[in-house]
Structures are given as C-alpha cells and as structure tokens.
Design a protein around this ligand. Structure first.
Ligand SMILES: Cc1ncc(COP(=O)(O)O)c(C=O)c1O
Length: 437
C-alpha cells in the first residue's frame, strides 16, 4: 500500500513525526485500518462524524446525486441546495431568513463576520470574541480564535477583533466561585467591551453558545445574557455552531436550549451538517440580516460554495437525525455519560472537573491535585501520561481525543449503549493505571 508518511504535510502535528494507521472503512461508531484493527470512535474523529461512519442513507444520497448532477455553480440552481436551505431555516425557526453555503467552518465564520459588518454598515466594525475559543485557522479565524496554539501568527487588532475572558467557571478569570457568577461576570465583560469601543463601532459578538473544543462549557446564564446585551445595543450576535449543532449538545442547534431568549442573528454550521461525509458549511441568518443583504451586490463566494453533492449529503444527514431521533438520543445518552463521568470523578483524584453532558459531549479536565486544581501540564500542552493513556486505549481498540489536560468525549450519536459503557469502563481502568504509575 502507498504510504502518505513522506509525501503529505499533515495538519496539527510535527509532520516528520506523523505516523498513523491507514483507515480503510467504517460502520456505525467504528472504523478500521488496513491491518484489520477495529477502533471504537469516542470523538467522532474531529467531533464531526455525528452520524457514525458510512451512514448508508447519506452514502446513497451522495451516489444518487453524483449520477444525476455533480456540480453547478451558484449562478445556476441546484435542487439539493434549495431543499437543504429550506430545511435548515425550518429547523432554526428563522422564517424568511436565508442560508449562505460555504465549504467548512472557518469560511462560514469569515462570511458571518463579513455579513454582520455589511448589515451594520461597518466595513471595519469590531468583532468581539473570547479567549480560549476556537473558530478555525484561516488568517481571519486565527484572529477570531482565542487559541494559544495559533495566536502568535496574527495580530487580532489588524482584523478589528478584540477578545474578552471566557466563562470558564472551573478556573474563573474573574475570581468567582460559582458557575452563575462566572457566567454573569463574563457577560459583563462583553458589555464593558462593547461600551468601551462604542456600540456604534461594534459589528458583532461571535461565540460558541454552549460548548467548545477548547474545553469551555458556558454556564446557563451566559448565552441568554449575551443575547440581551447585543440586542439592547444593536450588535449582531453570531453563534458558532460548527461543533455544537446537530445533536452534539442535545439540540439541533445548541442555542435552542434557551429558546427564543437564545436566538442569534446569524449562526455558522459545518461538521455535523453532513456528518462529515462531505465538506460543507453554512451561515444561517435571520430575516433582518437577510433583508439587509439581499438588495446589495455581494462580492463574495468560493467556487464550490453550495456544492450539490455536499448539499445532497446535508439533506440526507438532516433526515437521518430526524428519522432516527438522534437529537433526543444524544440528550439521553449524553446525560447518562455525564453521570458516569461524575462517578469516575469521585473515584479518581486526577479528575478535577467534568462538564457538558447536555448531549453526547463532555469534557474531563485532569489535574495533579483536586483541591488546589493545579493543572497536570501548562495549557495547551498535553501531559505525557495522557498521551500514554490514548496510546494504550488505541491499542485496545478505542480512540479517545485529548487536548491539553482535557479528554474530549464526543462519540457518534449512533453509538450503542454497550459500546459507550465499555469505553467508559476502559477509561476508568486506564485512569487507575495512570494514578498508580
Ligand atoms: C467551534 C468551531 N468553529 C470553527 C471550526 C473550524 O471549522 P473547519 O475546521 O471546518 O474550518 C471548528 C473546528 O473544529 C470548531 O470546532
């Protein structure tokens, strides 16, 4: 078999150190490599294979669309694009809104910012995002992200982006000791930043509404608080739902947990939109934003925006979430997973915090001391013991994702209950071994 080891420049690694098995197939929550090793996927790869691997209905829809018509540009109509836009607006409750299709999450976020600035008539309008956030790695998205891994590559001010502290209740940047206080103070920080810059020069607040892969899970009062503040100051609220949508946080879109009180002006989607069967992103906007944009010339777009094959995959994915009741399933199994992780927290001195659990998404934060909350390794480094845990688990057929001191649990929503409990039992065992070492 041809190896990519010496020819491909891989992302998020030191390429010369890259060494990984070649994946040749998958089904449900499993994928397998060329040597016949099977892996239970506890992270939906990059928190994107929400429907599991090779979902038959999505694969079929892609094949059927490929037979019919592979590609048309946005200068022409495409049936699956029209249908997918309609169904996304319905699911979001954005009557008379519009959808702009992109290729993935980063360009969805860039376009959302572009649209917010156009809507507000502010070419260089400020965008407020937060520390410890992740919005992608194009240049503008590195500026939007508050990510220690990429922040040295850009100057956010040059992109008219300003960051505020996150609602990280376990290590509250405002020194509070309660979740709700931390959420309230984090909202106050956004309010303060809008007022300091002057609301008339701020285009948007762009944030993850509930959970993010950088390990923050916002307290319940945070997102509704942001909605209130942005509405009162006529600033666009953009929900980055790239990771949190399509059941990951127990709703179609994570903001829906708060009902109308959490409804953003724009939201960005990718990952679960096709369950990662094909690359696709979207900016979904409400009626107000759509009305401002639809009468002006939009000098923007990428060749493959709204690719019919990807839209056919998206449409089939949405139907699969619906037909298989996967959003509800994620909420139920996510609750059970959370309780089990809380039980593990009682048992293991290495577990400092467990958060999430509204759907099949949870963060386990490891510490060297539960009382002082001392980190195992300085953020964003991954402690060697955790790298060992991942290697051992992989050797036993379970693939876990980690970032820094965090274990990110985000299995496909189709995972069997016995598979989930088996993986958590393995985690329990490996944590015991880590503590004994
Ligand atoms: C919250 C969030 N926003 C944006 C992105 C970037 O998406 P993409 O990698 O598809 O460009 C990601 C990817 O992990 C994400 O988790």
């Amino acid at each position: 078999m041809v190896s990519e080891r010496d020819t491909v420049l891989h992302s998020w690694c030191v390429p010369a150190q890259w060494q990984a098995p070649t994946i040749v197939g998958g089904r449900g929550a499993h994928f397998w490599d060329a040597d016949g090793h099977d892996y239970l996927d506890m992270s939906s790869l990059s928190e994107c294979s929400n429907l599991g691997h090779q979902h038959p209905a999505v694969v079929k829809a892609i094949c059927e669309q490929a037979e019919r018509s592979c590609f048309v540009t946005s200068a022409w109509g495409a049936e699956p694009r029209a249908e997918l836009a309609k169904v996304l607006l319905e699911k979001a409750g954005f009557e008379r809104g519009r959808v702009f299709f992109t290729l993935a999450g980063a360009d969805a976020n860039e376009h959302a910012v572009k649209f917010a600035r156009l809507t507000r008539g502010l070419k260089q309008g400020w965008v407020i995002t937060r520390d410890r956030s992740y919005h992608g790695t194009t240049y503008a998205c590195m500026a939007l992200s508050g990510d220690a891994r990429t922040s040295h590559q850009i100057d956010p001010e040059q992109f008219a982006v300003t960051h505020v502290p996150p609602p990280y209740a376990y290590r509250c940047p405002f020194g509070s000791s309660s979740e709700m206080d931390c959420g309230r103070l984090a909202v106050d920080a956004v309010t303060g930043e809008i007022d300091r810059k002057g609301a008339q020069s701020v285009a948007a607040v762009l944030m993850e509404p509930n959970a993010g892969t950088n390990g923050i899970v916002a307290p319940d009062n945070y997102w509704p608080g942001l909605r209130e503040v942005t509405r009162s100051r006529d600033v666009c609220l953009i929900a980055d739902e790239v990771m949190s949508a399509f059941g990951r946080c127990g709703e179609w879109f994570a903001w829906q947990r708060y009902g109308e009180a959490g409804k953003p002006d724009l939201m960005t989607l990718a990952k679960g939109l096709t369950g990662a069967h094909l690359p696709l992103g979207a900016v979904v906007m409400n009626e107000n934003v759509a009305r401002r944009l639809e009468t002006q010339m939009l000098f923007t777009g990428l060749t493959y925006c709204g690719h019919p094959l990807a839209c056919a995959a998206g449409l089939a994915a949405v139907r699969a979430y619906e037909n298989e009741k996967l959003i509800e399933r994620s909420r139920r199994l996510g609750g059970e997973m959370f309780l089990e992780l809380k039980r593990l927290q009682q048992k293991h001195r290495l577990i400092g915090d467990v958060r999430g659990g509204q759907g099949l998404f949870a963060i386990v934060e490891l510490v060297s001391d539960q009382t002082s909350r001392a980190a195992l390794a300085p953020w964003p480094q991954t402690p060697p013991q955790l790298t060992t845990l991942v290697r051992k688990a992989r050797g036993l057929g379970v693939s876990f994702a980690v970032r820094g001191n965090l274990i990110i649990l985000a299995p496909p929503l189709v995972i069997e209950e016995s598979e989930l409990s088996g993986a958590l039992a393995l985690l329990d065992r490996l944590l015991s071994e880590m503590e004994a070492a």
